[in-house]
Design a protein around this ligand. Structure first.
Ligand code: FES
Length: 906
């Protein structure tokens, strides 16, 4: 057999049954990614004799005698193909994990296919971008600005990793080689609730190449939460690395460490586990009813479980004013109960990592995480290791969306590395990702609202039941967030909240973009529209009369968690105006029959710019001998764009260009704590720390210039890479030389404690057409206005909005993890789950409010998770406007819409 890969001939035979994807990666072509291994996502796309194929579906031997082109060989050595250039110019990526496959597919399209991208790109999923920038790349649009001129902050500068991403050379978690690597596979529970009586390892240990079988007998006893927060008290201690009780189908039971994945899988199949089946409960209402099976009956308030005897992990109740009186006095009122479903993040890079002990005794963990520092802290505590003997870091992360604010694999990696003393790898399959990692919390939300005849709210009440699944990671914080900004954005003298998060024997929910707000907003924003409709007031005007304005208290019961939130800036009024104007503009209407009903809908949302109760970042920056600045930040880059913006902030504060800023990030070995890349804190918190560090260094540069010239440091300014004072103009290179000669290091640090917090706003508008005969839905127009403060990078920020809308549309219209009556996820594949593809996502018109935040770095606010929040709510309002029917169960699938439409329209 001979294979030609990128023009080079190989004669290594593949292993029996090996697919082309793994074969190519073993030959060193690491730009070939694994997203699903089922031919659904396209991350592994290569060209076979010029045609795009999903290499995970092609047996490697089929490449015999054919020419394979991977992204590494696409443009020749060190070259850049025009299409790669186009992806750079349009910034047709965020995390970049899909990009190599996407470029190769795009490169193979003929003119006719380019006219029908809906069909041509159906085999390539991008979870981040919303696809419009991919269309921009194909259209030759230039979305970036020149990085070397002008002030860096506020400009659409390209991501520093871009050139590596389009060449398939950006290193993700598994894009490395480690000698002597051993592989971990996990045996998972087939039962929703069971006690493990015993595990017979005998047969498994007989499999050639198996080195260890790890069970609860090998695991530490300590309880922890997979959720990672700065404060451990935010989550219950209810999880063991490997437990004697399994509480959902898919929970890990044992780990096998072997020379190959195949041997580890075979050993998993041979493990004999004796289970005592326990009664299970899947429905949250049943779970909190008297007599329900107890899922964590052994836990107490010491474990921070609110009421284990009722399966309640967290709850919050509060009222101010008198809601009953407010409803009684209202001219109009509305009550509705809404349900939301279980949605998966579906980041293209699955959870996983590598762990090894190095020669100095440091335990290294390289994982796909949003929280390296908090993971290090948890691992050190769990395995009783000195923190300085544990290093956690990540390379580029292939998407996160909150799903990697969890410690789901690192615990097993450490257990295996310590037990075997060898480097180990654990990479979850797509199916494992669906059945055993976290999801959005499904919620049942009842809203009651009243308004007087002038449209002023008199009462607003939420009753929430959140299903956290088998473990309580993020249960409480998501619940509190769900009932905070969703109602605190409205002024109302009488507000009440009763909210409970409960355990069920289903896979655990966790952090997900928006963190509970998208679920409750569907109910609150529906209520506002319904009140407006009864009063004959426009949805825009109803919101204007009730939404908070600067100076208004932002209160929601119970209130105490929400201190230190201020109006660092306010652009909600602008956002509403921008959407109203854009929605009023005429658009070319498609030819639709009278079966199609047209409607408009809007929703608004407010979000605190930092999570409450602590979010910390320490950064440092120094002027290096090569006269560039080295900026060290702890936060991770997973397509959220912080590495671009941090360089922009530092370059602006130091009056230089971004190409002079070298970034080291997301590695506990570099020092400087960072709570993590979640809650949109990457810019607001780590960006503030970056600004502080850079401004401190700027002061040092001026002080040195003053010292060198015997002048007042206060009279110096920094300008275009120089310290300047009158006739003096000292280049940074000269300052660096002078410092070196004096044995001085030009270095400064900066910290942000993430407080006080500001607020950011989003308003979404949709025009939809609903087919009254089928329930089919078309989006005719999508507009979002965002108040991101002073926009640090308009191109990137627009990408966050477009991507957030696309991801949220999937959740609003069709995404749903389905669980059968034995607790099994029945659609754990992209093919059956339906992540939006190119054809599903309309172009969203994006507008920005003109504000500047007095708290955020250089006037900026966070804007990566909040664009998701108003989408389903606005869509629900648009469907109600079109059909006259208020649909209350999300997703708004045609088969949900159809029965009600049939009843009304026949
Ligand atoms: Fe496409 Fe992240 S950029 S999946």
């Amino acid at each position: 057999m001979t294979f030609e890969v990128n023009g080079k001939t190989f004669s290594n035979p593949p292993r029996p049954g090996q697919c082309l994807r793994t074969f190519l990666r073993e030959l060193g072509h690491l730009g070939v990614k694994k997203g699903c291994d089922a031919g659904d996502c396209g991350a592994c796309t290569v060209l076979l004799d010029g045609d795009p194929v999903h290499s995970c579906l092609i047996p490697a031997f089929r490449a015999d005698g054919h020419a394979v082109t991977t992204i590494e060989g696409f443009a020749g050595v060190n070259g850049t193909h025009p299409l790669q250039r186009a992806f750079l110019d349009a910034q047709g990526f965020q995390c970049g994990f899909c990009t190599a496959g996407m470029i190769l597919t795009c490169a193979s399209l003929n003119q006719a296919q380019r006219q029908d991208l809906d069909a041509a790109l159906k085999g390539n999923i991008c979870r981040c971008t919303g696809y419009r920038v991919i269309q921009d790349a194909l259209d030759g649009r230039i979305n970036i600005e020149d990085a070397t001129t002008g002030t860096a902050f506020g400009r659409s500068l390209p991501a520093p990793a871009g050139p590596l991403i389009v060449r398939g050379a950006a290193p993700y978690t598994f894009d490395t080689t480690i000698d002597g690597l051993r592989h971990i596979k996990l045996l998972r529970s087939p039962h929703a609730h069971a006690r493990i009586i015993g595990i017979d390892k005998t047969d498994a240990l007989r499999v050639a190449g198996v080195h260890a079988v790890l069970t609860h007998e090998d695991a530490p006893d300590g309880l922890f939460s997979t959720a990672r927060h700065e404060r451990d008290w935010m989550d219950p201690d209810d999880t063991r690395v490997l437990d004697t009780i399994v509480r959902f189908v898919g929970q890990k039971v044992a780990a096998v460490v072997a020379d190959s994945e195949a041997a580890a899988e075979e050993a998993c199949r041979r493990l004999k586990v004796d289970y005592e089946i326990l009664p299970a409960v899947f429905d949250p209402a049943a779970a909190i009813a008297d007599g329900a099976p107890l899922i964590h009956g052994d836990k107490t308030s010491m474990h921070r479980v609110a009421n284990a005897a009722r399966n309640i992990v967290a709850e919050t109740h509060g009222e101010f004013g008198d809601v009953a009186r407010g409803l009684a006095e209202a001219a109009v009122s509305y009550e509705g109960t809404f349900t939301t479903q279980r949605v998966q993040h579906a980041a293209l890079e699955t959870h996983g990592g590598l762990a090894w002990l190095d020669a100095s005794g440091i335990l290294n963990i390289r994982s796909s995480t949003q929280v390296p520092f908090l993971t290090r802290r948890a691992l050190a505590g769990l395995f009783k290791l000195p923190p300085d003997k544990v290093r956690v870091f990540c390379e580029r992360v292939g998407g996160g969306f909150g799903g990697k604010q969890e410690m789901l694999v690192e615990d097993i990696l450490v257990l295996a590395a310590l037990r075997t003393g060898r480097p180990v790898k654990l990479e979850l399959t797509r199916e494992e990702q669906f059945v055993a990692t976290s999801t959005r919390h499904p919620m049942r939300v009842t809203v009651k609202a009243g308004a007087d005849k002038d449209g002023r709210l008199t009462a607003l009440q939420l009753d929430v039941l959140s299903n956290t699944g088998a473990y309580g990671n993020h249960a409480g914080p998501v619940l509190f967030h769900a009932v905070s900004e969703s109602i605190s954005v409205y002024n109302c003298p009488n507000k009440k909240v009763d909210a409970i998060a409960c355990y069920t024997n289903t896979l655990p929910a966790g952090a997900f973009r928006g963190y509970g707000l998208p679920q409750t907003l569907i109910a609150v924003e529906a209520a506002i529209d319904e009140l407006a409709r009864q009063l004959g007031i426009s949805p825009y005007e109803m919101r204007r009369r009730n939404m908070v304005k600067p100076g208004d208290p932002m209160l929601s019961p119970p209130g105490s968690e929400y201190h230190d939130v201020r109006y660092g800036s306010y652009g909600l009024d602008q956002c509403l105006d921008l959407v109203e104007r854009a929605m009023a503009e005429e658009i070319p209407s498609p030819q639709l029959s009278t079966d199609w009903l047209i409607g408009n809908g809007i929703a608004l949302t407010m979000i605190d710019t930092v999570p409450p109760a602590g979010h910390v970042a320490d950064c440092s920056i120094r002027l290096c001998d090569d006269e560039r600045f080295e900026l060290t930040v702890g936060t991770a880059e997973f397509g959220n764009g912080t590495s671009t913006v941090h360089r922009q902030i530092a370059a602006t504060a130091l009056a230089t260009s971004v190409d002079r800023i070298r970034l080291r990030q997301s590695d506990t070995a570099h020092g400087g704590h960072d709570t993590g890349a979640y809650g949109s804190a990457g810019i607001f918190v780590a960006g503030s720390a970056t600004q502080a560090a850079a401004e401190n260094l700027a002061r040092e540069l001026k002080a040195l210039a003053g010292q060198m010239t015997g002048s007042d440091p206060g009279s110096w300014i920094l300008e275009a890479g120089h310290a300047v004072c009158g006739q003096h103009r000292l280049p940074y290179a000269e300052l660096a030389r002078s410092a070196r000669a004096a044995g001085q290091t030009l270095q400064a640090s900066g910290t942000s404690a993430g407080t006080p917090r500001s607020v950011a706003f989003n308003v979404q508008g949709f025009r939809v057409a609903v087919n009254k005969g089928t329930g089919a839905l078309k989006i005719l127009k999508s507009v979002q206005a965002a108040d991101a403060g002073r926009v640090a990078n308009p191109m990137q920020c627009r990408g966050q909005v477009e991507g957030g809308v696309a991801q949220s549309l999937g959740a609003a219209l069709y995404e749903e993890l389905l669980i059968d009556d034995e607790g099994r996820v029945i659609n754990p594949k992209f093919r059956d789950y339906h992540v939006p593809s190119f054809a599903d996502v309309p172009r969203t018109e994006v507008h920005f409010a003109d504000t500047s935040d007095s708290i955020g770095p250089m006037g900026a606010k966070s804007m990566s998770e909040s664009p998701y929040n108003p989408v389903a709510a606005a869509l629900g309002n648009a469907i109600a406007d079109a059909t006259g029917i208020r649909f209350t169960d999300v997703p708004f699938k045609p088969d949900r819409l159809f029965p009600e439409l049939l009843k009304k329209f026949g």
